[in-house]
Ligand binder design. Structure first.
Ligand SMILES: Nc1ncnc2c1ncn2[C@@H]1O[C@H](COP(=O)(O)OP(=O)(O)O)[C@@H](O)[C@H]1O
Ligand SMILES: [Mg+2]
Length: 309
Protein backbone atom coordinates (compact mmCIF):
# COMPACT_ATOMS: atom_id res chain seq x y z
CA UNK A 1 0.00 0.00 0.00
CA UNK A 2 1.28 3.46 -0.79
CA UNK A 3 2.50 6.02 1.67
CA UNK A 4 0.04 8.07 3.73
CA UNK A 5 0.50 11.82 3.21
CA UNK A 6 -2.42 13.12 5.27
CA UNK A 7 -3.80 11.64 8.45
CA UNK A 8 -6.88 13.06 10.15
CA UNK A 9 -8.25 11.63 13.39
CA UNK A 10 -11.50 12.64 15.08
CA UNK A 11 -11.45 16.15 13.67
CA UNK A 12 -14.00 18.52 15.19
CA UNK A 13 -14.55 22.18 14.37
CA UNK A 14 -17.07 24.32 16.20
CA UNK A 15 -18.04 27.86 15.25
CA UNK A 16 -19.53 29.06 18.52
CA UNK A 17 -22.32 26.61 19.30
CA UNK A 18 -22.42 25.29 15.77
CA UNK A 19 -20.47 22.15 14.94
CA UNK A 20 -19.35 22.41 11.30
CA UNK A 21 -17.09 19.33 11.34
CA UNK A 22 -18.27 16.52 13.53
CA UNK A 23 -15.57 13.97 14.28
CA UNK A 24 -14.20 12.85 10.91
CA UNK A 25 -11.23 10.54 10.39
CA UNK A 26 -9.53 9.70 7.12
CA UNK A 27 -6.23 9.39 5.36
CA UNK A 28 -4.96 10.44 1.98
CA UNK A 29 -2.35 8.40 0.11
CA UNK A 30 0.52 9.71 -1.95
CA UNK A 31 -0.32 10.33 -5.59
CA UNK A 32 -4.06 9.88 -5.34
CA UNK A 33 -6.92 12.23 -6.13
CA UNK A 34 -8.96 12.28 -2.93
CA UNK A 35 -12.29 14.09 -3.07
CA UNK A 36 -14.65 15.40 -0.47
CA UNK A 37 -18.06 15.44 -2.11
CA UNK A 38 -20.95 17.20 -0.44
CA UNK A 39 -23.58 19.94 -0.63
CA UNK A 40 -23.12 23.56 0.44
CA UNK A 41 -22.51 23.80 4.14
CA UNK A 42 -21.35 20.18 4.53
CA UNK A 43 -18.03 21.30 6.06
CA UNK A 44 -15.74 20.73 3.07
CA UNK A 45 -13.98 24.10 3.08
CA UNK A 46 -13.57 24.04 6.85
CA UNK A 47 -11.94 20.62 6.59
CA UNK A 48 -9.52 21.54 3.81
CA UNK A 49 -8.65 24.89 5.39
CA UNK A 50 -7.67 23.07 8.58
CA UNK A 51 -5.32 20.82 6.57
CA UNK A 52 -3.96 23.95 4.87
CA UNK A 53 -3.23 25.50 8.30
CA UNK A 54 -5.62 28.39 7.59
CA UNK A 55 -8.06 27.48 10.38
CA UNK A 56 -7.50 25.76 13.71
CA UNK A 57 -9.46 22.68 14.71
CA UNK A 58 -11.46 22.60 17.95
CA UNK A 59 -10.08 19.12 18.56
CA UNK A 60 -8.58 16.15 16.76
CA UNK A 61 -5.27 15.30 15.19
CA UNK A 62 -4.15 16.32 11.71
CA UNK A 63 -0.82 15.44 10.13
CA UNK A 64 0.18 16.62 6.68
CA UNK A 65 3.29 15.03 5.13
CA UNK A 66 4.17 13.80 8.60
CA UNK A 67 4.04 17.32 10.10
CA UNK A 68 1.59 18.24 12.83
CA UNK A 69 -0.69 21.17 11.92
CA UNK A 70 -0.58 22.35 15.54
CA UNK A 71 3.10 23.31 15.55
CA UNK A 72 4.76 22.61 12.21
CA UNK A 73 2.76 24.94 10.00
CA UNK A 74 5.75 26.41 8.21
CA UNK A 75 6.93 22.99 7.10
CA UNK A 76 3.47 22.27 5.73
CA UNK A 77 2.90 25.60 3.98
CA UNK A 78 6.08 25.24 1.90
CA UNK A 79 4.99 21.88 0.57
CA UNK A 80 1.34 22.39 -0.26
CA UNK A 81 -0.44 24.36 -2.98
CA UNK A 82 -3.88 25.91 -2.58
CA UNK A 83 -6.64 26.90 -4.95
CA UNK A 84 -9.15 28.52 -2.60
CA UNK A 85 -12.89 28.44 -3.13
CA UNK A 86 -13.94 31.56 -5.12
CA UNK A 87 -10.34 32.10 -6.20
CA UNK A 88 -9.44 35.56 -7.42
CA UNK A 89 -6.23 37.44 -8.09
CA UNK A 90 -4.99 40.78 -9.46
CA UNK A 91 -7.41 41.90 -12.18
CA UNK A 92 -5.00 44.33 -13.79
CA UNK A 93 -2.02 42.05 -13.93
CA UNK A 94 -1.67 39.71 -16.88
CA UNK A 95 -1.75 35.95 -16.48
CA UNK A 96 2.04 35.82 -16.63
CA UNK A 97 2.51 38.71 -14.22
CA UNK A 98 0.16 37.10 -11.72
CA UNK A 99 2.08 33.82 -11.78
CA UNK A 100 5.44 35.65 -11.56
CA UNK A 101 4.15 37.58 -8.57
CA UNK A 102 3.40 34.44 -6.56
CA UNK A 103 6.59 32.71 -7.71
CA UNK A 104 8.86 35.20 -5.95
CA UNK A 105 7.17 34.53 -2.61
CA UNK A 106 8.71 31.04 -2.33
CA UNK A 107 12.35 29.92 -2.02
CA UNK A 108 11.64 27.14 -4.45
CA UNK A 109 9.51 27.99 -7.47
CA UNK A 110 8.75 26.53 -10.88
CA UNK A 111 9.51 28.80 -13.89
CA UNK A 112 6.39 30.66 -15.04
CA UNK A 113 6.73 29.30 -18.58
CA UNK A 114 6.55 25.74 -17.30
CA UNK A 115 3.40 26.57 -15.31
CA UNK A 116 1.76 28.25 -18.31
CA UNK A 117 2.39 25.09 -20.30
CA UNK A 118 1.16 22.86 -17.48
CA UNK A 119 -2.29 24.50 -17.42
CA UNK A 120 -2.34 25.18 -21.15
CA UNK A 121 -2.47 28.99 -20.87
CA UNK A 122 0.49 29.96 -22.98
CA UNK A 123 -1.60 31.75 -25.60
CA UNK A 124 -3.36 33.77 -22.86
CA UNK A 125 -0.26 34.79 -20.93
CA UNK A 126 -0.49 38.50 -21.83
CA UNK A 127 -4.23 38.87 -21.16
CA UNK A 128 -5.40 40.77 -18.11
CA UNK A 129 -6.77 38.39 -15.51
CA UNK A 130 -10.07 40.31 -15.41
CA UNK A 131 -10.73 39.57 -19.08
CA UNK A 132 -10.52 35.79 -18.77
CA UNK A 133 -13.50 33.42 -18.73
CA UNK A 134 -14.29 31.56 -15.49
CA UNK A 135 -12.58 28.39 -16.67
CA UNK A 136 -9.37 30.19 -17.64
CA UNK A 137 -9.33 32.03 -14.31
CA UNK A 138 -9.49 28.71 -12.49
CA UNK A 139 -6.55 27.45 -14.55
CA UNK A 140 -4.53 30.52 -13.51
CA UNK A 141 -5.46 29.57 -9.94
CA UNK A 142 -4.14 26.04 -10.44
CA UNK A 143 -0.89 27.45 -11.91
CA UNK A 144 -0.50 29.67 -8.83
CA UNK A 145 -1.21 26.68 -6.58
CA UNK A 146 1.63 24.82 -8.33
CA UNK A 147 4.14 27.65 -8.16
CA UNK A 148 6.11 26.22 -5.21
CA UNK A 149 6.20 22.73 -6.74
CA UNK A 150 4.06 21.34 -3.90
CA UNK A 151 3.66 17.67 -3.07
CA UNK A 152 -0.01 18.15 -2.23
CA UNK A 153 -2.46 20.43 -4.05
CA UNK A 154 -5.81 21.45 -2.56
CA UNK A 155 -8.50 22.43 -5.04
CA UNK A 156 -11.60 23.76 -3.28
CA UNK A 157 -14.57 23.56 -5.67
CA UNK A 158 -12.44 24.29 -8.73
CA UNK A 159 -15.32 23.86 -11.18
CA UNK A 160 -18.27 25.44 -9.37
CA UNK A 161 -20.12 27.81 -11.66
CA UNK A 162 -18.23 26.77 -14.78
CA UNK A 163 -20.02 25.63 -17.91
CA UNK A 164 -19.64 21.93 -18.79
CA UNK A 165 -16.86 22.51 -21.33
CA UNK A 166 -14.75 24.63 -18.98
CA UNK A 167 -15.40 22.11 -16.22
CA UNK A 168 -14.00 19.32 -18.35
CA UNK A 169 -10.92 21.41 -19.13
CA UNK A 170 -10.27 21.75 -15.41
CA UNK A 171 -10.70 17.96 -15.12
CA UNK A 172 -7.88 17.53 -17.62
CA UNK A 173 -5.66 19.76 -15.50
CA UNK A 174 -6.47 17.63 -12.43
CA UNK A 175 -5.63 14.45 -14.33
CA UNK A 176 -2.32 16.03 -15.39
CA UNK A 177 -1.48 16.85 -11.77
CA UNK A 178 -2.02 13.21 -10.90
CA UNK A 179 0.14 12.11 -13.84
CA UNK A 180 2.90 14.35 -12.46
CA UNK A 181 2.72 12.41 -9.20
CA UNK A 182 1.01 15.14 -7.16
CA UNK A 183 -1.48 14.27 -4.47
CA UNK A 184 -4.70 16.18 -5.09
CA UNK A 185 -7.41 16.96 -2.52
CA UNK A 186 -10.48 18.08 -4.35
CA UNK A 187 -13.79 19.29 -3.01
CA UNK A 188 -16.87 19.36 -5.16
CA UNK A 189 -20.64 19.12 -5.11
CA UNK A 190 -20.69 17.59 -8.58
CA UNK A 191 -21.27 13.84 -8.33
CA UNK A 192 -20.00 13.07 -11.79
CA UNK A 193 -16.81 15.02 -11.20
CA UNK A 194 -16.08 13.08 -8.01
CA UNK A 195 -16.84 9.80 -9.74
CA UNK A 196 -14.67 10.53 -12.77
CA UNK A 197 -11.65 12.06 -11.02
CA UNK A 198 -11.31 10.43 -7.62
CA UNK A 199 -9.27 7.43 -6.67
CA UNK A 200 -11.05 7.57 -3.33
CA UNK A 201 -13.58 9.93 -1.88
CA UNK A 202 -15.63 10.82 1.13
CA UNK A 203 -19.24 11.90 0.90
CA UNK A 204 -19.72 14.63 3.48
CA UNK A 205 -23.01 15.84 4.87
CA UNK A 206 -23.72 17.86 8.00
CA UNK A 207 -20.08 17.74 9.14
CA UNK A 208 -19.81 13.95 8.89
CA UNK A 209 -18.55 11.44 6.39
CA UNK A 210 -21.45 9.24 5.35
CA UNK A 211 -19.36 7.16 2.93
CA UNK A 212 -15.59 6.84 2.41
CA UNK A 213 -13.96 4.53 -0.15
CA UNK A 214 -13.32 4.23 -3.88
CA UNK A 215 -16.27 5.43 -6.03
CA UNK A 216 -16.80 1.87 -7.21
CA UNK A 217 -16.88 0.42 -3.70
CA UNK A 218 -19.24 3.12 -2.44
CA UNK A 219 -21.63 2.54 -5.34
CA UNK A 220 -21.40 -1.19 -4.84
CA UNK A 221 -22.19 -0.92 -1.15
CA UNK A 222 -24.98 1.66 -1.28
CA UNK A 223 -26.23 1.66 -4.86
CA UNK A 224 -29.10 -0.36 -6.32
CA UNK A 225 -26.85 -2.20 -8.79
CA UNK A 226 -27.61 -2.15 -12.49
CA UNK A 227 -31.05 -1.75 -14.04
CA UNK A 228 -32.20 -2.58 -17.51
CA UNK A 229 -35.00 -0.22 -18.52
CA UNK A 230 -37.40 -1.20 -21.26
CA UNK A 231 -39.04 2.04 -22.35
CA UNK A 232 -42.76 2.17 -23.18
CA UNK A 233 -43.19 -1.58 -22.87
CA UNK A 234 -46.62 -3.16 -23.51
CA UNK A 235 -48.28 -5.69 -21.20
CA UNK A 236 -47.07 -8.64 -23.24
CA UNK A 237 -43.48 -7.46 -22.78
CA UNK A 238 -44.11 -7.08 -19.04
CA UNK A 239 -45.61 -10.57 -18.87
CA UNK A 240 -42.67 -12.16 -20.71
CA UNK A 241 -40.14 -10.31 -18.57
CA UNK A 242 -41.92 -11.38 -15.37
CA UNK A 243 -41.79 -14.99 -16.55
CA UNK A 244 -37.97 -14.89 -16.70
CA UNK A 245 -37.85 -14.98 -12.91
CA UNK A 246 -35.76 -11.81 -12.83
CA UNK A 247 -36.78 -9.02 -10.50
CA UNK A 248 -39.13 -6.89 -12.61
CA UNK A 249 -40.97 -3.67 -11.80
CA UNK A 250 -43.47 -1.52 -13.73
CA UNK A 251 -42.58 2.15 -13.56
CA UNK A 252 -44.93 4.43 -15.46
CA UNK A 253 -44.99 3.01 -18.98
CA UNK A 254 -41.54 1.45 -18.60
CA UNK A 255 -40.37 -1.80 -17.14
CA UNK A 256 -37.28 -1.94 -14.93
CA UNK A 257 -35.42 -5.20 -14.64
CA UNK A 258 -32.76 -5.65 -12.00
CA UNK A 259 -29.60 -7.14 -13.52
CA UNK A 260 -28.37 -9.88 -11.23
CA UNK A 261 -25.44 -10.80 -13.42
CA UNK A 262 -24.24 -10.72 -17.01
CA UNK A 263 -26.76 -13.33 -18.15
CA UNK A 264 -29.73 -11.14 -17.13
CA UNK A 265 -29.45 -8.85 -20.14
CA UNK A 266 -29.27 -11.83 -22.43
CA UNK A 267 -32.55 -13.19 -21.00
CA UNK A 268 -34.25 -9.81 -21.41
CA UNK A 269 -33.25 -9.47 -25.03
CA UNK A 270 -34.23 -13.04 -25.75
CA UNK A 271 -37.80 -12.88 -24.41
CA UNK A 272 -38.41 -9.54 -26.11
CA UNK A 273 -37.93 -11.22 -29.49
CA UNK A 274 -41.58 -12.28 -29.20
CA UNK A 275 -43.50 -10.49 -32.02
CA UNK A 276 -46.27 -9.44 -29.59
CA UNK A 277 -43.86 -7.65 -27.28
CA UNK A 278 -43.62 -3.93 -28.00
CA UNK A 279 -41.26 -1.36 -26.54
CA UNK A 280 -39.39 1.78 -27.65
CA UNK A 281 -35.87 1.05 -26.53
CA UNK A 282 -33.70 -0.78 -24.03
CA UNK A 283 -31.25 1.13 -21.87
CA UNK A 284 -28.95 -0.05 -19.11
CA UNK A 285 -28.35 2.16 -16.09
CA UNK A 286 -25.75 1.61 -13.41
CA UNK A 287 -26.28 3.30 -10.05
CA UNK A 288 -24.23 6.42 -9.50
CA UNK A 289 -22.99 8.48 -6.58
CA UNK A 290 -26.13 10.60 -7.08
CA UNK A 291 -28.25 7.57 -6.21
CA UNK A 292 -26.04 6.81 -3.22
CA UNK A 293 -26.40 10.36 -1.89
CA UNK A 294 -30.15 10.26 -2.38
CA UNK A 295 -30.39 6.95 -0.55
CA UNK A 296 -28.19 7.99 2.37
CA UNK A 297 -29.63 11.48 2.91
CA UNK A 298 -33.05 11.46 1.26
CA UNK A 299 -32.16 14.50 -0.82
CA UNK A 300 -30.37 15.39 -4.01
CA UNK A 301 -27.00 17.06 -3.63
CA UNK A 302 -27.32 19.64 -6.36
CA UNK A 303 -30.71 20.99 -5.27
CA UNK A 304 -29.34 24.01 -3.48
CA UNK A 305 -26.00 24.36 -5.21
CA UNK A 306 -26.86 25.37 -8.75
CA UNK A 307 -24.25 26.89 -11.05
CA UNK A 308 -23.47 30.54 -10.55
CA UNK A 309 -24.46 32.96 -13.29
N1 LIG B 1 -16.04 31.35 9.95
C1 LIG B 1 -17.23 30.80 10.17
N2 LIG B 1 -18.01 31.18 11.20
C2 LIG B 1 -19.21 30.59 11.45
N3 LIG B 1 -19.74 29.62 10.69
C3 LIG B 1 -19.01 29.20 9.64
C4 LIG B 1 -17.73 29.76 9.34
N4 LIG B 1 -17.25 29.14 8.23
C5 LIG B 1 -18.19 28.23 7.89
N5 LIG B 1 -19.23 28.26 8.73
C6 LIG B 1 -20.41 27.38 8.67
O1 LIG B 1 -19.96 26.05 8.78
C7 LIG B 1 -20.69 25.20 7.89
C8 LIG B 1 -19.72 24.51 6.95
O2 LIG B 1 -19.18 25.49 6.07
P1 LIG B 1 -18.08 25.14 4.99
O3 LIG B 1 -16.95 24.44 5.63
O4 LIG B 1 -17.79 26.37 4.24
O5 LIG B 1 -18.89 24.08 4.09
P2 LIG B 1 -18.79 23.74 2.54
O6 LIG B 1 -17.43 24.14 2.07
O7 LIG B 1 -19.03 22.26 2.49
O8 LIG B 1 -19.87 24.51 1.86
C9 LIG B 1 -21.70 26.09 7.17
O9 LIG B 1 -22.92 25.98 7.85
C10 LIG B 1 -21.12 27.48 7.32
O10 LIG B 1 -22.12 28.44 7.34
MG1 LIG C 1 -16.84 25.31 0.52
Amino acid sequence: MSETVIEVKNLIKNYGDFRAVDGISFEVRKGEVFSILGPNGAGKTTTVEIMECLRKPSSGEVKVLGFDIAHQQNDIRKRVGILPQDFNTYDLLTVKENIDYFGVMFDRSIPTQELLDAVNLNDKKDEYFKNLSGGLKQRVGVAIAMVNDPDIIFLDEPTTGLDPKARREVWEVVKDLKRKGKTVILTTHYMEEAEVLSDRLAIMNGGRFIAYDTPRAIIKEHGYGTLCIIRSANDKAMQLLTATGLSVKRKDGDVEVHMDDKSSLHKVVEVLQDPDAYYDEITVKRSSLEDVFLKLTGKRIEDDTGAKA
